[in-house]
Structure formats: C-alpha cells, structure tokens
Ligand binder design. Sequence first.
Ligand code: G
Ligand code: MN
Length: 232
Amino acid sequence: MAFQPIVDFEAGKLFAYEALVRGVNGESAFSVLSQANDENRYALDQQCRVKAIELGASLSLPDTGAYLSINFYPNAVYEPAACLRKTLETASRVGFPLDRLIFEVTEGEKVRDHEHLNHILREYRAQGFKTAIDDFGAGYAGLNLLAKFQPDILKIDAELTREIDKRPVSQTIVRAIQQVSEALNIQTIAEGIETPAELSALRDLGLRYFQGYHFARPGFESLPSCSDSGIA
Ligand code: G
Ligand code: MN
C-alpha cells in the first residue's frame, strides 16, 4: 500500500491520506486490479481494506489528525453489511477510529446497477463513514448517481483539473461542479494537481481540498508530508 496526502489548503492542514494498492514491485493500482477476475475481486478488495487500515494504524495515521480514505470497487461488494464486517473487525483489532474513515467509490469500473451502488453508499453512511465519489466527471456514474445519492465528498477527476489554468472550458465546468456541490453541501477535492498554476486557478474557483504530485507523490508504506507547501 502507498499513501498520498489530500490537503485542506484553506486551513493549511492535512485532510486525509488516500490508500493506494501497489504491486510487490511497485506496480500501479491499475496493473494490480486488472489481474483480478470476477472470482477473486471480492477477496482482493477486502484484503486491500484490511491492509490499508492495519498499515495506517501502524504508521500512526490517526495521530496526524487526517482521515484514511479507502477505495472500493462496487461490483466487488455483494452485501454491504457483510462486506463491512471484516473492515469493522480490523479497525477494532488495530484500534483505528471508525469516524476517521472515508470510502471512495470509483466510477472507472462500469457500475452495472445504480440501485446496488446506492444501497452500498447508504449502508456506509448509516455506519457513520464518510462517502466519496471518485474520479467525478470520468467514467459512468456521474450526474445520474449524484442525483440519487449525495456523498459527503466529490473528487473531481484529474482530466478536468489538468492545465485548468489554460483551459477556459474546464474552468467553466469545474465552476459549475463547485456550485452544485456547495448547494448540496458536498465537499469537493480536486485531484491530480501538478503545478502551482493549476492550484491557483482552482483556488480562484473556490476549491479548498487538493491532491496531487504538486503536494506529494504517494509514499510506499509511508505517510508523506506536505511541509514544502506550507501544510502542517
Ligand atoms: O482513481 P484514483 O483517483 O483513486 O487514482 C489515483 C491514482 O492517481 C494513483 O495511482 C496516484 O498514483 C495517481 N496520481 C495521484 N496524483 C497524481 C498527479 O498529480 N498526477 C498524476 N499523473 N497521477 C496522480
Ligand atoms: Mn481514489
């Protein structure tokens, strides 16, 4: 597992660390996940969560004041309550506070059944976890999913933030996403920030939370700091 910071730029503090699965030789999440099939995807998804929470606890992540954000694959979740049992057991075994967990659902995988995803997100919320829609603007779930379920957090896809300082159309779209989110009381995180110019353009659009190489690359089995960017 690698961990990448998400910063609260307004408060000058770390907001969360996203746990990202890595191969034994540092292969990307995409490479690891594409080796799973319909039979073992559920077990892999479970194992990733267990590992993220165990490692987060052993790196004293809760002491940083940041949340731990875990990705999950909706098609790997059969029955959310049963699926969460192992997560809850792990958190309790290693002493990881449950109110410090965020679950991100990625739209990258075609969501076969919106009702199923809606059901999962509602169950996670009922358990007191924060919920996030990942890669918003890419993939399949987009506005239809948002109309059905309003998560705590929307993560705006890196494709939309890439060189946003030079792209008036992206600015218009992100401005609109920000307005919708504010009206729905949803926090937004801009993903994939690589340059000061992107950060500055997004700050002008009212964004507060950021993730990307500009702040820190994912740290393999470590919690990178963002002190170079003035983040405590
Ligand atoms: O789909 P999701 O947003 O969870 O994917 C996160 C992936 O994006 C991670 O594998 C991470 O290494 C990568 N990533 C994070 N920040 C940046 C960035 O600023 N630029 C690029 N190119 N990739 C990034
Ligand atoms: Mn993610």
